[in-house]
Design a binder for this molecule. Structure first.
Ligand code: MN
Length: 238
């Protein structure tokens, strides 16, 4: 048996092939797992649990079936779908995680996070994040009609696209000191995250000991996931 981890699917109605790949992943691979962890950005945008875009229904249904089959699924917010809330959790049976979670993976303590909090060099993004995570901003946004929320989400995506295009590459990657600080704070030798879309396994040293930073990839050309069993972990594609 194994634990499965994935992130950055960026599912949206206009990309049905990625939705199909994810639904198959949930129905087949995850069905035989001990648990599934989704580490943020399951959706390209999430404007509230009351959005009933029928094109995303298969995702909800697949997660609900997984839950009914007895496989626990936990989900973390990404920078795209940070408004996933209790109604989504109730509809799918997924447990909502905080920004940092530690788990036991076959005797190994592992820190899970989406990854955006570790990109501390990107100060413009961090101040935008602070605004979007503010409970007052969220209450105000969720109080707007769906159409208006869709427009705001589109505007935010436009801002993000133009910012991303003009920023140096290394600013949008994790900051090594922030990585080390998080690993020390949570007392782990393994950190697993997504967000940067730079799938890799990095060896590093934390407090004099060998450590690993495992980075999931985005589901664009193919799917990315980590499988962790009693023999350790592998970063795989599907
Ligand atoms: Mn992200």
């Amino acid at each position: 048996m194994a634990l499965l981890f994935t992130s950055d699917l960026h599912l949206e109605g206009s990309r049905p092939e990625t939705t199909e790949r994810f639904v198959e992943f949930v129905r087949e691979r995850a069905r035989h797992a001990d648990a599934l962890y989704i580490l943020g950005d399951l959706f390209e945008a999430w404007i509230g649990d009351d959005d009933t875009d029928p094109r995303l229904k298969p995702v909800i249904e697949a997660l609900k079936s997984l839950h009914r089959a007895g496989v626990p699924c936990a989900i973390m917010h990404g920078n795209r779908d940070f408004l996933i809330g209790r109604r989504f959790a109730a509809a799918t049976g997924c447990r909502l995680l905080g920004d940092y979670e530690t788990i036991d993976a076959f005797g190994q303590r592992v820190l899970l996070t989406h990854g955006d909090l570790l990109c501390t060099d990107d100060s413009r993004y961090q101040s935008l994040r602070a605004m979007l995570r503010d409970p007052d901003w969220q209450r105000d946004f969720l109080g707007k009609p769906l159409g208006e929320r869709r427009t705001v989400a589109e505007e935010l995506r436009g801002v993000s696209r133009s910012e991303t295009a003009s920023k140096p590459e290394d600013i949008m990657d994790v900051n090594p000191a922030a990585v080390e600080a998080a690993m020390r704070r949570f007392d782990v030798r393994h950190l697993l995250h997504g967000h940067t879309h730079r799938p890799a396994v990095h060896d590093l040293t934390v407090e004099g000991g060998a450590a690993k930073r495992i980075v999931l990839g985005a589901w664009h050309q193919q799917g990315w996931f980590v499988r962790w069993d009693e023999h350790g972990f592998t970063l795989e594609t599907c």
